[in-house]
Design a protein around this ligand. Structure first.
Ligand SMILES: CC(C)=CCC/C(C)=C/CC/C(C)=C/CSC[C@H](N)C(=O)O
Length: 475
């Protein structure tokens, strides 16, 4: 019933996948009893974005989704967005520092499975079996959430799925894999490749939970949204805005603070949000019942943002990992790997396992619309922790046969450590923090899981029944 006056007013700060899916789940549970205002100073989609090169779009932010990521799948299906599988068998070379090949899937006649078995022996088999079991434990989350189970902090989330997930946050990925019986070669190559490519950290510095998520991303069926993953938050927002009591404000939120009301009859909100619309210098203040922070709080932004619990954040040094996505056209230098012309033509990616190198991986890009390479020229994306020089590019491409199209620096994900300090999901009674969960491991699905959990916490706190999952929200 759209005439019902909302009982609670919620502000969501951030229109990335975390913020928009929080709005989705809040509407799912509270429908007309909630009024939502979403604030964003930048583009909708946050770290989900594409880049246009000569009329073709390529993923420039979060790019892959696992086949068992059921919330991302649900969103795409409800929006009628097409899911395109990431091709599995694209040939690649793995090298330590570019001077020699450690492993390659370029062989025309020997199946990759044999190559893997030859190099990694039984580790390759055990990995599949073991990861499969870990994945079954992870996907328990969907049943738990469908049945109304809430977790109050990140540690509880990990514990309820698999006790080993929580232990994993306290140890290095190298030690964890070693203790689970994997060989040094497997750890130095497969483990290292997975964590460097997905989180720009080595097996020695990252803790084992994001390590596991990286391995999940390296060895499974993955997909992306046709047209770009950012279409999920963008189109969800468009649909939500057609509902009653959902608003969007293009403004920069400067602060969020609790309001202490002296008069108990004073019915104003509990938390005050101050913001500056993007095209104005005027600061406005609005009171809300609840505020959901849907962007990462870290040591470089926490003090710009007045939050009474900053102490809680300052005592831990939460940092983000800065990453550059460099888009180039060019021709790879294949001589280093003794490849024939034909092999060089087929080569899709080079992965480097030496973490002190200035770059992590170079891969030819597929357009987000066709899932195919550009017909005009080869477009490559190189991940690097710092800005690259032309000398660096010359190590990868044939002589001067390359052109830098764009270097996109971004704060891509948290910098993980062990033991991992995990921020609170509920900062105080009325302020929630969706991105706390990305300090377990950062990916779209974990944001959507976190969003549902917060919507459930709020629904319960307001005294409403949590409905059992009946699959679809009605728009
Ligand atoms: C921990 C276990 C057993 C399962 C995790 C399941 C899961 C959440 C899989 C997601 C894997 C994935 C697609 C990770 C992406 S990592 C960040 C990446 N660089 C990106 O493009 O988003």
């Amino acid at each position: 019933n759209h005439d019902v006056t909302p009982k609670t007013h919620v502000a969501i700060v951030g229109a990335g996948i975390g913020g928009i899916s929080t709005a989705y789940w809040l509407k799912y549970y509270l429908n007309d009893s909630v009024a939502i205002t979403i604030y964003e100073s930048n583009q909708i989609g946050g770290r989900l974005k594409t880049i246009n090169i000569n009329g073709d779009e390529y993923e420039a932010g979060g790019s892959i989704i696992h086949e068992k990521n059921l919330y991302m799948k649900r969103f795409a299906d409800e929006l009628g967005l097409e899911k395109l599988n990431v091709p599995k068998a694209l040939p690649y070379v793995m090298t330590n520092d570019g001077s020699q090949t450690l492993f390659s899937t370029l062989h025309r006649y020997i199946p990759n499975l044999f190559l893997v078995l030859w190099r990694y022996g039984l580790d390759a088999f055990r990995l599949n079996f073991w990861l499969g079991r870990k994945l079954s434990n992870f996907i328990r989350i969907y049943d738990y959430q469908d049945n109304g189970r809430i977790f109050n902090n990140v540690e509880e989330f990990l514990q309820m799925l698999d006790e080993d997930f929580s232990k994993a946050t306290r140890t290095s990925f190298r030690k964890y894999l070693f203790e689970h019986g994997f060989s040094k070669r497997f750890i130095d190559e497969i483990g290292q490749l997975a964590t460097l490519v997905n989180y720009d950290q080595s097996v020695d510095t990252i803790n084992a939970f994001p390590g596991l998520v990286s391995l999940m991303a390296a060895g499974s069926t993955l997909w992306h949204v046709k047209g770009g993953n950012h279409l999920v938050p963008k189109q969800l927002l468009e649909r939500l805005l057609k509902q009653s009591n959902v608003q969007y404000v293009n403004g920069y939120v400067k602060s969020v603070e609790e309001v202490h009301r002296i008069d108990i009859n004073d019915q104003g909100g509990n938390v005050r949000l101050s913001y500056k619309p993007v095209n104005s210098e005027l600061v406005h203040s609005v009171d809300y019942d609840h505020i959901v922070l849907a962007f990462p709080l870290h040591r470089d932004n926490i003090n710009d943002f007045v939050l009474q619990s900053t102490d809680l954040f300052n005592q831990y040094d939460y940092r983000m990992q800065s990453t550059h996505s460099n888009f180039l056209s060019g021709k790879l230098n294949c001589q280093k790997y003794n490849l024939t012309n034909d092999e060089c033509q087929r080569l899709n990616a080079i992965f480097y396992t030496k973490s002190s190198l200035p770059y992590r991986a170079v891969a030819e890009q597929l357009t987000v619309n066709t899932n195919k390479k550009s017909t005009n020229q080869s477009i490559y994306k190189i991940f690097s922790p710092e800005k690259l020089s032309s000398e660096d590019y010359k190590q990868i491409f044939d002589n001067d046969k390359f052109q830098l199209i764009q270097d996109i620096p971004w704060l891509a994900y948290p910098k993980y450590e062990y033991p991992q300090k995990l921020p609170p999901i509920q900062i105080n009674k009325n302020i929630f923090y969706v991105n706390a969960m990305e300090w377990s491991a950062s990916c779209m699905e974990i944001e959507a899981i976190s969003a549902r959990n917060i919507a459930m916490m709020l629904t319960k706190q307001l005294g409403f029944e949590l409905k059992r999952s009946d699959k679809h929200i009605e728009f």
